[in-house]
Design a protein around this ligand. Structure first.
Ligand SMILES: Cc1cc2nc3c(=O)[nH]c(=O)nc-3n(C[C@H](O)[C@H](O)[C@H](O)COP(=O)(O)OP(=O)(O)OC[C@H]3O[C@@H](n4cnc5c(N)ncnc54)[C@H](O)[C@@H]3O)c2cc1C
Length: 257
């Protein structure tokens, strides 16, 4: 067990001191919710049992045109490895905070560049699962169990132009603590645009707000609380539904509510 202070560990800086089980061997952990870097998580004051992968799962190994990456490996480390070894397909990890497990589970990405694009297979307690056997889409991958490792196809040639493009696309992200985009974009629409149109850009409850530079980023202005976050999320869903008849779906994972 390790005691983690979620008010500093989580990217949105909400939570308290919680005991988290550290996993160092492959077995079934279905009693626990597995977390990675907590960059996409809002933790309630009554969280479920949490576990995270330990150092044994922080590795990158090259095998011909494939990389085997441990699920605890942080995105920055993978990006540096790809740059150093002149390998393609990992440029999207530029300023995309997280561990490999969280990125795969979320099918994290930007526009058409998603982490599952070059995925070959993932390893869980039930063995290797091929990508063809995984149901996945925009910000989800239906993988049962704990992700311990993943295998990716790579090729020569780190793409610096693509890296620049990701840097630019992320330039408008607010500097305040957040958990990334709060809501998923509804089909053929943008959550940020809808929030703006119902007057929520820059809207604040206590110390939680929808950013005035990017309405779909729920930001913590200082001492934001879980309750404030839930209230503002509820307000957004209500207003968007009333005006557009669209039910916004959370991208952020709320744990224990
Ligand atoms: C400033 C900022 C910008 C962001 N920009 C983007 C962006 O452009 N695109 C994007 O897609 N996301 C973005 N995000 C969200 C976040 O970076 C991604 O969702 C990332 O994949 C989260 O990884 P994590 O390790 O922190 O996962 P966590 O937040 O810890 O967990 C996310 C989910 O994955 C599950 N999970 C984690 N590890 C495992 C595992 N080993 N096995 C099984 N399940 C697991 C958790 O239970 C949870 O459901 C952003 C976040 C921030 C703070």
């Amino acid at each position: 067990m390790k005691t983690i202070d979620f008010s500093t560990y989580s990217s949105i800086k909400i939570g308290s001191l919680i005991d988290v089980k550290i996993i160092n061997k492959i077995q079934n952990y279905s009693d626990y919710i597995i977390i990675g870097g907590a960059n996409n998580i809002l933790l309630s004051p009554n969280p479920p049992k949490l576990a995270m992968l330990g150092k044994n799962f922080d590795f990158i190994e090259k095998e011909d045109d494939y990389l085997h990456i441990g699920a605890a490996t942080p995105s920055g480390k993978i990006l540096s490895y790809a740059k150093k070894h002149n390998l393609a397909n990992f440029e999207l990890m530029q300023k995309l905070p997280g561990t490999l497990g969280g990125m795969v589970k979320m099918n994290a990405g930007l526009k058409e560049w998603e982490i599952l694009n070059h995925l070959v297979a993932v390893k869980t307690e039930n063995g290797w699962i091929k990508k063809e056997d995984i149901e996945y889409g925009y910000r989800f991958a239906n993988i049962k169990g704990t992700i311990f490792e993943a295998k990716f196809k790579t090729s020569r040639g780190f793409d610096f132009k693509l890296l620049e493009m990701f840097k630019k696309l992320r330039d408008n992200q607010p500097n305040f603590p957040s958990a990334g985009s709060c809501f998923k974009n509804p089909e053929k629409n943008y959550a940020g645009k809808l929030l703006d149109e119902v007057g929520l850009k820059g809207f604040k409850i206590g110390s939680m707000a929808f950013s005035d530079s990017h309405a779909n980023f729920l930001i913590n202005l200082g001492n934001g609380t879980f309750d404030e976050a839930i209230t503002i999320i509820g307000e957004a869903k209500k207003r968007v539904f009333e005006k557009f008849n669209i039910m916004l779906e959370l991208e952020i994972k709320i744990l224990g509510h």
